[in-house]
Ligand binder design. Structure first.
Ligand SMILES: NC(=O)c1ccc[n+]([C@@H]2O[C@H](COP(=O)([O-])OP(=O)(O)OC[C@H]3O[C@@H](n4cnc5c(N)ncnc54)[C@H](O)[C@@H]3O)[C@@H](O)[C@H]2O)c1
Length: 405
C-alpha cells in the first residue's frame, strides 16, 4: 500500500483524533474535521485547546489541514471517526455523536473508500448502527465477500484507541493497535494503513465484533480490579488495617496485580463498562461482577468523604468548623483532563456535611477549578494549615507528601 495515495479524513479532533491526525499527517495528506468551531480555529493557529499536542508537533505534521465544514473532506478516501461515546445521566450509552458522524460522512463516500471507527462502542455497534447509517446516507453498500465489484460499495473497519492519558512513555506509535475490517480486503488494507504509523505493531482481529469487545474488556478488567482494591480498602478501614502497607507487602509476590484503591472517573474506565452491561441486560445475560464493580467505584468518592468526616469527629473537630484541602481535581494522575472527574462528588459530599473545602491542582487553571469544582481554589497549599487533606489525584507533584512504597 502506498500511504501517499491516501487522503485521510479524521472526524473528531479531541484526545484521540488529533494525535492520530498528527501521526498520519507526517506521511500523507490529512484533513481534520471537528464540529467545535473554537477548536478548529485554535488548531488553525497552531494551538490544541486540550494541550495534548504542542505547536511544534502540529507543525511537524505539515500535511494536515483543519476544517469546520465536513464537505471539505470530500476528496478523502479514508475516514477515521474519533467522536465521543459517553453515557447519559442514567448510564445508558449515548451514540448521538457517532450517529451524527455517520450521517455526515455518508454523502462524502466514494466507491472503494474506507471508513474506520476508533470510538469505543458496545460489541456489535459498528454492524448494527454505523454501517446501516453509512449505507443509508451514502446510497452505497458495505462490501462483503462475494458482493461482486466495488461499484457503489465502500469498506468499514474498527480499530479501538488504546492511548493512556498522562503516560509520557507510551505514545500512540508505541502501543500495539488492534485492527479489523468488514471483509478480508478491508482487514488487510486497514492493517497496512496503521502499520505505517504504529511502531509497536498491529494485531489483526478476526472480526469487527472481536475488536469492539476487546476494547471494552480491557477497560472493564481495570474497573473490576480497582473495585476490588476499593472494596478491600473499605474492609481494611473498618478493621483499622493500613491498606497501603498491606498492598506493599502483597506486591512482593510476582503475580500480585498492580492495582490500588482510587477514584475512577474520566471517559473510559468509568464509562465503557456501561456499554457492555447495557447490552448484556438487553440480551438477558448476567454480568453481576462487572455491575457490582461499577457500583463500588461509583460509591467510593462518598466513602472517602465519610472517612474524613469520621476522622474529624474523632479529633473533636466539628465538620461545619473544618477546613479541608483536596489535592488534585483531574480524572487521573498527571493529566489536565477534568472530564467526569469524581473529585466533584467528593467535594459535594464533604460540603453536604458543612465542611469548607479548598482545592488545588497545579495542572488545571484556577478559573477551570472554580467553574467546575469550588470557588475556594488555592494556587499553593504550602505553608497553609488545614484540618484535613485528601490527595485525591496522585499527580507526581504530590509524591513528596504521600507515603511511598
Ligand atoms: N481519551 C482517551 O484517552 C481515549 C482512549 C481510548 C478510547 N477513547 C475513545 O475515543 C473516543 C473519542 O474520545 P476523545 O477522548 O478523543 O473525545 P474528545 O471529547 O476529546 O474528542 C471528541 C471530539 O469529537 C468532536 N465531535 C463530536 N461529535 C462530532 C461529530 N459528529 N462530528 C465531528 N466532530 C465531533 C468533539 O467536538 C470533540 O472535539 C471515545 O469513544 C472514547 O471513549 C478515548
Amino acid at each position: 500500500m502506498n500511504i501517499k495515495s491516501l487522503h485521510i479524513g479524521i472526524i473528531g479532533l479531541g484526545y484521540v483524533g488529533l494525535p492520530l491526525a498528527v501521526e498520519f499527517g507526517k506521511l500523507t495528506n490529512v484533513s481534520g474535521y471537528d464540529k467545535n468551531f473554537e477548536l478548529i480555529n485554535s488548531l488553525k493557529n497552531g494551538n490544541d485547546l486540550n494541550n495534548e499536542i504542542s505547536s511544534e508537533q502540529l507543525c511537524s505534521a505539515h500535511s494536515i489541514e483543519f476544517f469546520s465544514n465536513i464537505n471539505d473532506l470530500e476528496s478523502c478516501n479514508v475516514y477515521i471517526v474519533c467522536v465521543p461515546t459517553p453515557v447519559d445521566e442514567n448510564k445508558v450509552p449515548n451514540l448521538e455523536h457517532l450517529i451524527q458522524a455517520c450521517e455526515r460522512i455518508g454523502p462524502l463516500i466514494s466507491d472503494d473508500d474506507i471508513v474506520i471507527f476508533e470510538s469505543t462502542v458496545f460489541p456489535g455497534a459498528t454492524d448494527s448502527i454505523c454501517i446501516p447509517k453509512l449505507e443509508k446516507f451514502s446510497g452505497k453498500l458495505c462490501w462483503t465477500e462475494g458482493a461482486g465489484d466495488m461499484v457503489n460499495k465502500f469498506h468499514v473497519g474498527y480499530s479501538p484507541e488504546r492511548i493512556n492519558p498522562g503516560d509520557k512513555g507510551r505514545k500512540i506509535a508505541d502501543i500495539i493497535k488492534i485492527t479489523s475490517g468488514s471483509s478480508v480486503i478491508a482487514q488487510k488494507r486497514i492493517k497496512q494503513l496503521y502499520e505505517t504509523i504504529i511502531k509497536a505493531g498491529v494485531y489483526d482481529a478476526r472480526s469487527i465484533i472481536v475488536a469492539e469487545t476487546a476494547k471494552v474488556i480491557e477497560n472493564i478488567q481495570r474497573d473490576v480490579n480497582i473495585a476490588l482494591m476499593n472494596e478491600f480498602s473499605n474492609f481494611c478501614y473498618k478493621l483499622n488495617i493500613d491498606t497501603r502497607e498491606v498492598i506493599c507487602a502483597a506486591q512482593t509476590k510476582w503475580n500480585f496485580l498492580q492495582f490500588t484503591p482510587g477514584l475512577v472517573g474520566g471517559h473510559c474506565i468509568g464509562v465503557d463498562p456501561y456499554y457492555l452491561t447495557n447490552l448484556a441486560q438487553k440480551r438477558n445475560c448476567d454480568v453481576d461482577l462487572i455491575t457490582t464493580a461499577r457500583l463500588i467505584n461509583e460509591a467510593f468518592p462518598a466513602q472517602i468523604a465519610r472517612r474524613l468526616i469520621t476522622a474529624l469527629i474523632k479529633n473533636k473537630i466539628l465538620p461545619q468548623n473544618a477546613e479541608v484541602i483536596i489535592l488534585g481535581v483531574t480524572f487521573k494522575e498527571n493529566v489536565t483532563d477534568i472530564r467526569n472527574s469524581k473529585v466533584k462528588e467528593l467535594i459535594d459530599e464533604l460540603e453536604s456535611w458543612g465542611v469548607k473545602v479548598f482545592a488545588h491542582d497545579p495542572t488545571v487553571p484556577i478559573e477551570i477549578i472554580e467553574e467546575n469544582f469550588t470557588n475556594n481554589v488555592l494556587s499553593t497549599y504550602v505553608n497553609s494549615s488545614f484540618d484535613g487533606i485528601i490527595v485525591a489525584v496522585g499527580h507526581d507533584e504530590f509524591k513528596a507528601i504521600t507515603p511511598q512504597n
